[in-house]
Design a binder for this molecule. Structure first.
Ligand code: FE
Length: 199
């Protein structure tokens, strides 16, 4: 098996948002896709380490904002590289609210969709949520961002460094040491050892 074959799959990037009575939260995911048109349903796979995951399990509702190519790296940092358990990710950030009460991005998104969970599957590290699409609108005329576009155009180029070890391909975090433990989880973006490259 050539593991690099997996890298050829194409992905979009999305801000997944949810809320309960007390708090809004959102995180970045690359795993949203339509699975049936009648009924109109999508699936999202969400890492259990994300606080947004717990909110969706509790409330059964979420939005996805489909990020477009104008999204700056700061949006990925805000929603991807910090935890909603100890920061308010919406502070000083422009959002709108859908009919379900959950926010979506006002800027840098080509569309939003609202989902109502109809079934969930425990996948170990993640939960797969199957959801009815209950609402949605087009928000910009920009192209939706792909994971490849993010890697080539949005993520800052890695700085030259004297450090040796492994660099997280998602966020740039450097693990100093060799070997990288197989069960290592990036402390910044929570991706696993498979997403690290040797430097
Ligand atoms: Fe990382």
């Amino acid at each position: 098996m050539n593991n690099k074959a997996m890298y050829q799959l194409t992905y979009g990037l999305f801000v997944l948002s949810a809320r309960d009575e007390e708090q809004d939260n959102g995180c970045i995911i690359n795993t949203a896709g339509q699975v049936t048109t009648t009924p109109n349903r999508i699936t999202i796979a969400v890492n259990k380490a994300n606080y947004t995951h717990d909110l969706i399990q509790r409330i059964g509702l979420f939005n996805i904002s489909i990020l477009d190519e104008t999204a700056p790296f700061s949006v990925f940092q805000r929603f991807g590289f910090q935890s909603g358990r100890d920061t308010d990710k919406l502070k000083d950030f422009p959002v709108s609210r859908a009919d379900n009460g959950i926010f979506y991005l006002k800027d840098h998104a080509s569309a939003f969709l609202s989902g109502k969970v109809v079934q969930q599957f425990d996948l170990g590290s993640h939960t797969l949520f199957l959801a009815d699409v209950t609402d949605g609108d087009v928000l910009s005329n920009e192209n939706s961002v792909t994971y490849t576009y993010y890697q080539n155009n949005i993520k800052p180029k890695p700085e030259k460094t004297e450090k040796t070890g492994y660099r997280c391909k998602i966020c740039g975090y450097i693990y100093e040491g060799d070997p990288l433990p197989e069960d290592f989880i990036c402390p910044i973006c929570k991706h696993g050892a498979a997403d690290f490259e040797k430097i």
